[in-house]
Design a protein around this ligand. Structure first.
Ligand code: FAD
Length: 319
């Protein structure tokens, strides 16, 4: 079933969903199941699986020289999605990137997904590889998520890259895209970012999942601005609890978002006690979740980051 159908069927009740990361290369599905098994009692209708592009690292070889080596640390998104659907009977939502794919490779992945009965995809551009410094598309790849959305929407109309295919089967993907309540870090300002977000929706995106935020007012303002800009699809808030002291710096650095003073102060007040820091972060996320649920958001989407105990505590208090 499509994410948007679940949201419509919930008729204003807030759903819950989770995002998981593929295990590091060499790992097994067990780590995914260990994360998801304890969360299934909350009945998430869909689960997202992130995608990780190949990156480059310089590895020191005997003799002291460095060799540029391509490394993909977390492969397996499509297989994990199939496995999740098979085990739990819920819909898995693979994240699909522009980065690392030519348009024909993208088409082939989408064909695989359609054959597996996967009906939802989250269409993303992807970040820059560390080595490149800024985002670089493949030759014959997409530069922006909107181009990926257009390709998927084309396939939903039965239009494949090969014009000679006759009677092509139209796919039925429900397309989600990313939104940034505090703007995407490359965008000159929020208005410009919203203009591009609207382009993604006009091209066929049917729902938005937000970057994490720690101040609900930021989300509420974002939704209001989206509506004013004519973006009328569901906007699913993405949430992550802060659980460690160093995240006071790493979260703003990695995700380009602001941490509210009250949260920072509550963590600073217990900075020498790891257990209390975690508790402060969990309590903050519970309060955020309760307020968002009371406001009738379509779904609370938790970034699990492999920390199932924490996410369970939050879900137990909110659902
Ligand atoms: P876009 O929508 O293409 O936007 C990128 C930037 O370009 C923005 O600044 C935008 O304002 C600008 N822009 C957009 N269109 C145009 C245009 N036509 N002309 C000029 N400028 C334009 N990354 C991963 O690698 N794997 C994942 O699984 C993953 N999952 C994510 C899930 C969520 C919910 C979110 C919020 C992010 C996720 N990311 C993931 C990170 C994401 O790939 C990065 O944030 C990336 O830098 C931007 O992706 P996007 O799809 O928002 O890009």
């Amino acid at each position: 079933m499509k994410v948007t159908d679940y949201i419509a069927a919930a008729a204003g009740n807030t759903l819950i969903s989770f995002e998981v990361l593929p295990p590091l290369k060499g790992g097994s599905m067990k780590s995914i199941f260990d994360t998801l098994d304890p969360l299934m009692e909350f009945k998430p209708p869909f689960i997202d699986v992130t995608y990780h592009r190949e990156d480059f690292e310089y590895i020191k070889r005997p003799g002291g020289h460095y060799e540029k080596t391509a490394i993909r640390k977390r492969p397996g998104t499509v297989g994990i999605c199939a496995s999740i659907t098979n085990r739990y009977g819920v819909d898995a939502v693979p994240h699909l990137l522009c980065g690392g794919f030519t348009v024909s490779e993208t088409e082939n992945v989408l064909i695989d997904l359609a054959f597996l009965g996967i009906q939802n995809v989250l269409a993303l551009r992807g970040d820059a590889r560390h080595f490149d410094g800024k985002f670089v598309a493949e030759d014959h790849g997409h530069n922006y998520a909107v181009d990926l959305v257009k390709q998927i929407a084309d396939m939903n109309h039965g239009n494949y890259l090969d014009e000679h295919i006759k009677n092509a089967q139209a796919t039925e993907f429900c397309i989600g895209v990313a939104g940034y309540p505090e703007k995407h870090f490359e965008a000159p300002n929020l208005d410009m970012d919203l203009r591009y977000l609207k382009e993604k929706v006009d091209a066929g995106a049917q729902y938005i999942v937000t970057q994490m935020f720690f101040d609900n007012q930021v989300y509420f303002d974002f939704v209001e601005k989206c509506r004013a800009a004519g973006i009328d699809v569901p906007i699913v808030p993405g949430l992550k609890p802060l659980t460690k002291y160093y995240q006071l710096n790493s979260i703003p650095r990695l995700f380009h978002i602001n941490l509210p003073s009250d949260l920072v102060e509550s963590v600073e007040a217990v900075k020498d006690d790891r257990r209390k820091i975690k508790q402060a972060g969990i309590e903050w996320c519970i309060q955020q979740s309760k307020e968002l649920k009371a406001a009738g958001v379509p779904c609370l989407h938790y970034y699990t980051m492999g920390d199932v105990k924490t996410i369970r505590k939050i879900a137990e208090s909110v659902f």
